[in-house]
Design a protein around this ligand. Sequence first.
Ligand SMILES: [Zn+2]
Length: 405
Amino acid sequence: MLIETFIRKQLGLKAHTVTKVEETEDYMIVHIDRLGSRLLRCGLCRQRCRKVHSVRQPREWRDLSMRKLPLKLRYRPRRVECPRCGVRVEDFPWAEPWARVTAALSNAVARLARELSWQGTARQYGLNWKSVATIVKRAVQYGLKNRTRPPVHVIGIDEVSRRKGQVYLTVVYDLERRVLLWVGDDRTEAAVRPFFTEEMGRRRCHTLQVICMDMWAAYAKLVKQHAPQAQILFDRFHIVKHLNEAVEEVRRSEMRRLSQKEKVAFKRSRWLLLKNPWNLSDDQKERLSTLVRWNAPIVRAYYLKEAFQMFWDYKQPKRAGDHLEKWMRSAMRSRQPFKTCVRMLRGHLDGILAWTKHRISSGAVEGMNNKIKSISHRSFGFRTAEHFIAAIYHCCARLPLPIER
Ligand SMILES: [Zn+2]
């Protein structure tokens, strides 16, 4: 079989044909021409058109490589007279109307960009970063338009930081299907409203049953407005995170209270905890008891945090509620960070107690948040939110890729 025939079949050409394949140092150039008088299609509506209006200057499209040589298609596009759209550039079966790469190459690029950075993907295919960005953005556009939208019942709303905590994005997951639904630029009420009004719409908002979120976020008001039937559930994952932060804050403030000299002594005496007490000298026993005294508030904070954890195991709402009440009373006698926590919990009791009934947590998509972090990392924290958002959709939303014709 001739290489021309092979390429024509691979490209699935019907109204076009390959006239010549030319090999240069850097490329294989595939010359394409019209096949006889077969009808061409309109580039806008894809209807077959009888009349060709004019022939334009040759254009080139980058294609996948054949062994080591990248392929380039070269063709003089026709303008056709479409009965519906008027004079238009014809439809190319191998590429999107304005693309400078073939559909096969752009899909290959899009697939690799799910695994590698855009820079790395560009290097792999001998393209520049900007071309990869364009390809990914177009793929995301297509994917968002053509993805399936089954009813959504349980969602998690969370925030991710861009550029080391200076700027935030809001991400929404379908916790049942474990897939990303939506990304918003910023974490304010105004920024997240479009999720409810545009992405979901009134009808789909009504199927929402449980919405997981952080107590310290501004999303609750939106839920009450747009999905009043849904139960707000303050996320186990976030509550535990706040408790851990409280312990850490107690530890830090205790360490601050120690003088520099005491700090050195503190560090030097830690090995005493590992020794058998009966082998200690009087001086060492003295030092050990100081160490334990200094540690006491930190240990108490740690136990307080651990004591909370039993809450997650209760099956009966009444018992879970009693446990929480007791815990909050003892935490109020603790250090400031825990008092702040308690005040926060008090204001959100309904959404915390809902755990016992639903037992849903966005911990299920914890892997996704890590994935988003690694996307940001491998691209050195995208400079614009637009690119970062496209990359998140591309890697986490399981969007369909454009179909190759
Ligand atoms: Zn048309």
